[in-house]
Design a protein around this ligand. Structure first.
Ligand code: GDP
Length: 435
């Protein structure tokens, strides 16, 4: 899937445009998980092309004097990581020095660029917008992201530049794809090195694909799997590794191509905001997740240290509380087998297909005992249910009044499903539909 990065100086309307581009899709995803996180990253689709959108502005922090430097960094990152770049400017301000600065950076780029002149909300403004046309940067659009005018044309143009979905190699596809992700210095490289017993300079780089992570086939502990590794890649050094935005970009790219996300966390630092962001990305993409608490050798232990630590992490990932958590040390190689075994299990659970007749028998029994509570005198009757033939576990419950099913009841069914079929580490989706 392509990554679209939105760049530009502050207050030109990047985040409004971002919301426009991801809106339809986001609404669905967030109503499923019940959370709205990482709102600077979203997924969308248009004309049959799926893509990710990143609002680079969302990752800028700091005071005014470091602003310019931050923006330059942000644009450089977008140039490195994104496939398509949307450069937003504001018609009200004309070309400001900072716009010119950004344009200068973009001019050297070989990737498709779309100059989007925002706040052109009436025809009177069109002549003013022409000034930006002179920047000579890629395709040129005028929009009013506040009411959405012009975004359809922009999306058409973006979709046209995106490659057709990649054909998958079926044999390769049968192997689990594990993405080793996490914050800088969490120990991702160390984990992989310990796992494969060598320094990973020797890697097979699959060239010619749109992704730029390294995908390597391994056999360890009797399991065959692909590691989708970003840690091994160190690109141009102009990018500082500890940038939040950078790791998110990388994670986005990697997560999309993986089945199970192996989230490596530094035990000495705890499960922090950035770990949480990556976790939500994985959930949003409906990927399996295993959390590895690494550097466990460095933690002083008393009787309940592990139990307490685990509880603390589970609190941070609510409501997805049944995700497997494994305490490892890449250094002493403690529980590396367990880590891989768990990831393989999550991979297999994610592919679970439950026979419809048995599923009905089990679930309708539960529903009979605990039916959906009546709302405003309306009784919801669930008559039939089944698993959908999708890649990840999704279930549909057919009923007379789907709009009267409360979220709490959805969660109740999800918890039952998780108990019975053990979907730990696997996001599942439940729909209610009218037959
Ligand atoms: P990456 O950026 O996530 O790939 O992290 P690295 O693998 O480069 O590790 C960062 C630092 O943590 C290095 O100095 C490693 O030697 C150290 N490290 C990684 N795993 C462990 C571990 O399990 N225990 C200890 N004590 N140190 C570790």
């Amino acid at each position: 899937n392509s990554i679209v990065a939105i760049v530009g100086r502050p207050n030109v309307g990047k985040s409004t445009l971002f919301n426009r581009l991801v809106q339809r899709r986001e609404a669905i995803v967030d109503s499923v998980s019940g959370v709205t996180r990482d709102r600077h990253y979203g997924k969308s689709d248009w004309n049959g092309k799926e893509f990710s959108v990143i609002d680079t502005g969302g990752y800028i922090t700091g005071s005014d004097d470091i602003f310019e430097g931050e923006i330059r960094k942000q644009v450089n990152l977008a140039i490195d990581e994104a496939d398509l770049i949307v450069f937003v400017v504001n018609v009200e301000d004309g070309i400001t020095p900072m716009d010119a600065e950004v344009a200068k950076l973009l001019r050297k780029v070989k990737k498709p660029i779309f100059t989007v002149v925002n706040k052109v909300d009436n025809a009177m403004r069109e002549p003013d917008a022409i000034e930006f046309y002179n920047l000579g940067l890629g395709e040129y659009f005028t929009i009013a992201s506040i009411n959405g005018s012009g975004t359809g044309e922009l999306l058409d143009a973006l979709a046209e530049k995106m490659p057709e979905p990649e054909e998958v190699n079926l044999e390769e596809e049968a192997l689990p794809r594990f993405a080793v992700v996490g914050r800088p210095n969490a120990g991702k490289s160390s984990f992989i090195n310990s796992l494969i017993g060598q320094d990973r300079n020797i890697v097979t780089d699959i060239a010619g694909t749109t992704r730029d992570s390294i995908d390597t086939k391994y056999n360890r502990f009797g399991f065959d799997f692909n590691l989708v590794d970003t840690a091994g890649i160190r690109k141009k050094s102009r990018v500082k590794e500890d940038l939040e935005f950078y790791s998110v970009m990388r994670a986005v790219r990697t997560i999309e191509y993986s089945d199970v996300i192996v989230l490596v966390v530094d035990a000495t630092r705890g499960f922090e905001g950035q770990d949480q962001n990556i976790f939500w990305l994985a959930e949003k993409n409906r990927k399996g997740v295993v959390i590895l608490i690494n550097k466990w050798d460095l933690v002083e232990k008393e009787t309940n240290t592990m139990r307490d630590y685990e509880a603390m992490v589970r609190k941070q990932i609510e409501p997805f509380t049944d995700v497997p958590i494994v305490f490892i040390s890449a250094l002493t190689k403690q529980r590396l087998f367990k880590a891989i075994e768990t990831a393989v299990e999550v991979f297999q659970k994610r592919k679970t297909k439950i026979q419809t007749s048995k599923f009905n028998e089990t679930m309708l029994d539960i529903i009979k005992t605990s039916p959906p509570p009546a709302i405003k005198g309306k009784f919801v009757k669930i008559k039939y249910c089944m698993q959908l033939p999708t890649q990840t576990p999704q279930f549909v419950f057919f009923c007379n009044l789907p709009q009267y099913v409360r979220d709490s009841y959805r969660r109740f069914l999800e918890n039952k499903l998780r108990d019975i079929y053990d979907f730990s580490g696997v996001p599942i989706t439940i729909y209610f539909r009218q037959k």
